[in-house]
Design a protein around this ligand. Structure first.
Ligand code: IMP
Ligand code: MG
Length: 182
């Protein structure tokens, strides 16, 4: 185990099982769909989850990415959402979008993005997150697809960072308190 990690919260096997289950749910829900299924990954945290998920979905999804920021540095939220990198498509009205996120915390990022994508004219917009911290909501938001709920602890790994570190871990873990105080 990485030496900044206090405990593992979600193992590689649990991530793999959750991803397999969600891919099957998406295939079931979009079977016979005549639009273009687009997985829209939110950089950078969704990268490992998006790459596992896309391999398991059989309905031939297309891939796009956006980059937004809602967190400043460290573990504090800034409360506002800013688009840093948008996606460009000519016929967004043909796209059934599934926004892919690493984690939902306050709910602000995904509720803002859903509104933004619908306003841009998407055929449909759904959301998919690996992790959810429902106890932290500041705006009401329920994802369409969710890997698992986690308690109100700051987690890292499998895309999730603390100050850009720990994203490459293959599991999700809780940081040792001394990492924050350094
Ligand atoms: P929301 O807009 O508050 O729902 O924030 C979602 C974003 O906050 C995620 O995409 C993460 O980048 C970040 N975030 C929230 N909780 C954590 C955490 O426990 N570890 C790492 N990043 C987090
Ligand atoms: Mg993120």
């Amino acid at each position: 185990m990485n030496n900044g990690i206090l405990k593992i919260l979600v193992t590689e096997k649990e991530i793999e099982e959750a991803t397999t289950r969600i891919a099957a749910e998406i295939d079931r829900d979009y079977a016979g769909n005549n639009g273009r299924l687009v997985l829209l990954g939110i950089l950078k945290g969704s990268i490992p989850f998006l790459s596992e998920l896309m391999k398991k979905i059989k309905s031939n999804p297309e891939i796009e990415v956006m980059k937004v920021s809602s967190y400043g540095s460290g573990t504090k939220t800034s409360g506002s959402v800013k688009i840093i990198l948008d996606w460009q498509r000519e016929h967004i009205e043909e796209c059934d979008i599934i926004v892919v996120e690493d984690i939902i915390d306050s709910g602000r990022t995904l509720s803002y993005l859903c509104q933004y994508l619908k306003q841009k004219g998407a055929k449909s917009v759904r959301t998919c997150t690996l992790l959810d911290k429902p106890s932290r909501r500041e705006v009401e938001f329920v994802p369409d697809y969710c890997g698992m709920e986690v308690p109100d602890e700051f987690v890292v790994g499998f895309g999730l960072d603390y100050d850009e570190r720990y994203r490459a871990l293959p599991y999700v873990g809780v940081l040792k308190p001394e990492v924050y105080s350094n």
